[in-house]
Design a binder for this molecule. Structure first.
Ligand SMILES: *[C@@H]1O[C@H](CO)[C@@H](O)[C@H](O)[C@H]1NC(C)=O
Ligand SMILES: *[C@@H]1O[C@H](CO)[C@@H](O)[C@H](O)[C@H]1NC(C)=O
Ligand SMILES: *[C@@H]1O[C@H](CO)[C@@H](O)[C@H](O)[C@H]1NC(C)=O
Ligand SMILES: *[C@@H]1O[C@H](CO)[C@@H](O)[C@H](O)[C@H]1NC(C)=O
Length: 539
């Protein structure tokens, strides 16, 4: 009632707006600038939001927040703030949101936030806090959102989050936490997002997440975790995102990712994984992205992806010791659109390896050690549009290998030891050289098989130029190889170029010289003509 009255009367209350502040009629006040040394006084009385940014305030004292009875959101960020008086928030117990991000706080009075019984949001990220007092959040049962990211916290008290059953978001990332008490998260039964990335965690207790049935997002990447307890994630039936990348895992317990039917994204990359168990992934029909690169895997179980039928993008590269893949590895991935196998150590590929990837549009096989490819390997990739085969050890390709790939638009073949002698050609004398990237010349396919459109001959795009392109017709198909520019060719090109330039210059000089002489002759002629009659007359 009081608020409505105030709102109605506001235009007549004639509150001033402090210097360096901007007061919006709805009651939001924003103050910016280094000239502000204290929380400004004389605020509009209906102010509900106060935002102070990049000021010179370094203390919030006992009086700072007085007479701001309607203020619900208080934000003081990017300031040199280092001290908060223990009773500072007694003046504004109605606050719902306190943001003190990007300041210089290194300690907090233990019960400084205790008066804020309605507090829903507390942001203390990007400060220098080493210790979070055990009773700092006690009784703040309405808290939904706590951000302690980018501080210097190395340990947390087991009871620090007790009773926070309304909490949905907790960010502890970017600290130096080595260890978490096993029961620390047990009260957080409504938590949706838990961010623990970039700390120094070494172990995760088997019970750590056991009460977080609502959790959707768990980020633990960039820690030092060397071992996972079996079943540590089993209670997370609502999990959608799990990041475990950049840890020290050499193995993962059997069935680690069972009982998370809603999983959408899983990352395991940059772990020194030596092997994976035969049973690892439970039924995860909604998974879209899986990242398993930069590991030390030498083999991979053939059924690893069998339960990930929804996968759209699979990044499975930079496993520098992975030589071979089981034939059936990708057989349950009908939706896969992007498959990256680049920078592995693959020597050969099984003819059936890609046979079920009917949705694949992007395939990276570059930077492996492939010496040859089975003729039917790409046969079922009906919608593949880009294939990278560059930086392998291919000398030749089977004639019909891209026959079924009707929409193949780009094919990268450079940096292979191609045998570009005439054996590769079916129609001799069709080899042309194209000195720089440009569409291959249009030519009517003289197809001896059928008249379906050629898959890539007019769309092929070359990486970098200038390079020589060998361009062969074979049974109505056009094959193109790009070759690195070797010294002899480069020399020839350079010589031609110089010759052209010199010839051009000579021509210009010759023309100018000619013009000059022509004009001189003309002038002489004119003089002769002018003088002529007089001479004649005078005679
Ligand atoms: C606050 O100030 C910082 C530093 O000057 C600036 O980067 C940031 O964008 C500002 N934030 C807002 C909300 O004005
Ligand atoms: C959660 O918040 C609601 C109001 O938002 C409150 O009524 C309830 O008491 C809180 N839960 C607990 C356990 O305090
Ligand atoms: C796939 O998931 C089901 C159910 O979670 C499980 O019983 C089965 O063993 C899993 N298969 C593989 C290959 O992991
Ligand atoms: C993994 O491979 C890297 C380099 O390839 C090596 O330095 C590291 O020691 C290996 N780790 C293990 C656990 O084998």
């Amino acid at each position: 009632m009081l608020r409505i009255l105030v709102l109605l009367l506001w235009p007549y209350l004639a509150c001033s707006c402090p210097v360096s502040c901007e007061c919006l009629s709805v009651g939001a006040v924003k103050c910016v600038g280094p000239r502000i040394m204290n929380v400004p006084r004389q605020m509009p009385s209906h102010m509900y939001l106060l935002q102070l940014n990049a000021t010179n305030i370094n203390v919030i004292n006992e009086q700072s927040l007085q007479n701001m009875d309607l203020m619900l959101r208080f934000s003081l960020t990017h300031d040199p703030l280092h001290t908060i008086h223990p009773l500072a928030f007694h003046a504004a117990p109605q606050l719902k949101s306190v943001k003190l991000s990007f300041n210089k706080l290194s300690t907090l009075p233990p019960k400084v936030f205790s008066p804020l019984a309605d507090l829903e949001q507390l942001h203390l990220d990007a400060n220098q806090l080493k210790i979070i007092p055990a009773e700092m959040l006690t009784g703040l049962t309405k808290l939904k959102d706590v951000d302690l990211n980018s501080n210097r916290i190395s340990r947390l008290d087991a009871g620090v989050f007790n009773g926070l059953s309304n909490l949905t978001f907790l960010n502890l990332g970017g600290n130096s936490i080595r260890e978490l008490p096993p029961t620390i998260f047990h009260s957080l039964t409504r938590l949706r997002r838990l961010l623990l990335y970039t700390n120094r965690l070494e172990v995760l207790d088997a019970d750590l997440f056991s009460h977080l049935a609502m959790l959707a997002d768990l980020k633990i990447h960039n820690n030092r975790i060397a071992r996972l307890a079996p079943k540590v994630f089993w209670s997370l039936g609502n999990l959608e995102i799990l990041t475990l990348s950049s840890n020290q895992l050499q193995g993962v317990p059997e069935k680690s990712f069972y009982h998370m039917p809603k999983l959408v994204k899983l990352t395991l990359y940059s772990n020194p994984l030596l092997s994976l168990p035969v049973l690892l992934m439970g039924h995860t029909p909604f998974i879209q992205e899986f990242y398993l690169y930069s590991t030390n895997l030498t083999t991979i179980p053939g059924n690893l992806f069998a339960n990930m039928t929804g996968l759209l993008r699979l990044n499975f590269h930079l496993n520098s010791q992975l030589r071979e893949l089981p034939a059936e590895l990708f057989h349950e991935l009908p939706k896969l659109e992007k498959l990256s196998l680049k920078f592995n150590d693959l020597h050969i590929l099984h003819p059936e390896l890609f046979s079920a990837l009917t949705s694949l549009s992007l395939l990276y096989l570059n930077d492996n050690k492939l010496k040859s490819l089975p003729p039917t390997i790409f046969q079922n990739l009906k919608v593949v549009s880009i294939i990278y085969l560059n930086n392998n050890e291919l000398k030749t390709l089977p004639g019909e290998i891209f026959h079924s790939n009707r929409v193949l638009g780009k094919l990268f073949l450079k940096a292979n030891p191609w045998h570009c002698d005439c054996q590769i050609e079916a129609t001799p004398a069709s080899t042309t050289t194209i000195p720089k990237p440009s569409p291959a010349p249009p030519s009517t396919p003289r197809s001896s098989i059928d008249h379906r459109s050629l898959p890539f001959y007019d769309k092929l795009v070359f990486e970098q130029g200038p390079e020589f392109v060998h361009h062969n017709h074979h049974q109505g198909w056009v094959y193109v190889w790009t070759l690195p520019l070797d010294a002899a060719h480069a020399g020839f090109l350079m010589t031609s170029h110089i010759l052209l330039v010199v010839t051009g210059a000579l021509l210009i000089v010759a023309t100018m010289c000619g013009m000059y002489r022509l004009e001189k002759v003309m002038r002489e002629l004119r003089v002769e003509n002018k003088d002529g009659p007089y001479t004649v007359n005078n005679e």
